[in-house]
Design a protein around this ligand. Structure first.
Ligand code: ADP
Ligand code: MG
Length: 249
């Protein structure tokens, strides 16, 4: 059974068709990357998968269950976790507190006061394990505002992992990173590959081609190709529409 299936998703903003009949799947253990130029509709697509944006038509299914009408928290309860293109962290709180907030937001639908969260040993263990997975154990008590940008992005992955997801949606996790930070993030994503099915939206071609099992190319809301990375690289329509000179022949 597929982890995720969309059928003919459509989303219009006024005259702009941001999502134009998108049909795609993420299979168990698969890392499916979505590439496409700015404004292609990548974030809008992720928003519809997470339940933040209602499609005009089409459907979304998680592990065989149609979830098109379900709210964000109902999809999260079914194991869907996402990260954002722009970081969404509580900057005055520590790294550990941010992960605890994520754990508790998932565990109860109500906000539990964070001070109590430190007494919940299961939540704390889960949060520490997630920080360890992303390599931030030593920074657990560091206020997020003083973490490097790359560390903040790793923390967002930890927040997703701490909810014990069954499917990860990652919206440009390498955005704004230095080369060194990007290399570390690619290594982290590689270590997660196979453990979670992932839909990865990313601009960084080196990352996409080294990580993805399949790549879909989105242009003006439409998927113009879905294929193995090597075939995407050499697809003339893809090169004309998007890759241009970015990928050497
Ligand atoms: P990407 O993530 O690929 O850069 P987006 O999904 O952010 O693309 O945007 C796709 C298109 O939809 C763009 O033309 C953008 O301007 C438009 N768009 C996105 N969100 C909104 C919105 N809330 N209202 C109006 N237009 C939007
Ligand atoms: Mg985007």
């Amino acid at each position: 059974m597929s982890a995720l299936v969309t059928q003919n998703l459509v989303k219009r903003f006024g005259g702009v068709t941001a999502t134009d009949n998108v049909t795609l799947s993420v299979e168990p253990g698969e890392l499916h990357a979505i590439i496409g130029p700015n404004g292609a509709g990548k974030s809008t697509l992720i928003g519809q998968l997470a339940g933040e944006i209602a499609p005009d038509s089409g459907s979304v299914a998680l592990f065989g269950e149609t979830v098109t009408a379900l709210q964000v928290h109902q999809r999260a309860k079914r194991g869907l976790a996402r990260t954002y293109q722009i970081t969404q962290l509580a900057k005055d709180f520590t790294a550990l507190d941010n992960v605890l907030l994520a754990v508790n937001a998932r565990a109860t639908h109500n906000f539990r006061f964070w001070r109590n969260a430190h007494d919940d040993s299961i939540a704390v263990d889960r949060a520490l394990a997630a920080l360890n997975t992303v390599g931030l154990s030593a920074q657990k008590n560091t206020p997020v505002a003083t973490l490097a940008h790359g560390e903040q992005r790793q923390l967002e992955i930890a927040m997703a992992l701490a909810t014990e997801p069954k499917l990860l949606l990652l919206d440009e996790p390498l955005a704004g990173m230095s080369q060194g930070e990007a290399t570390a993030m690619i290594a982290l994503l590689k270590s997660l590959k196979g453990r979670y099915p992932m839909l990865l939206v990313e601009h960084d071609m080196d990352a996409v081609f080294s990580l993805a099992d399949r790549v879909s190319v989105l242009v003006y809301g439409r998927i113009i190709a879905t294929d193995l990375p090597a075939n995407i690289r050499s697809n003339p329509e893809v090169r004309a529409a998007y890759l241009g000179d970015e990928v050497a022949a």
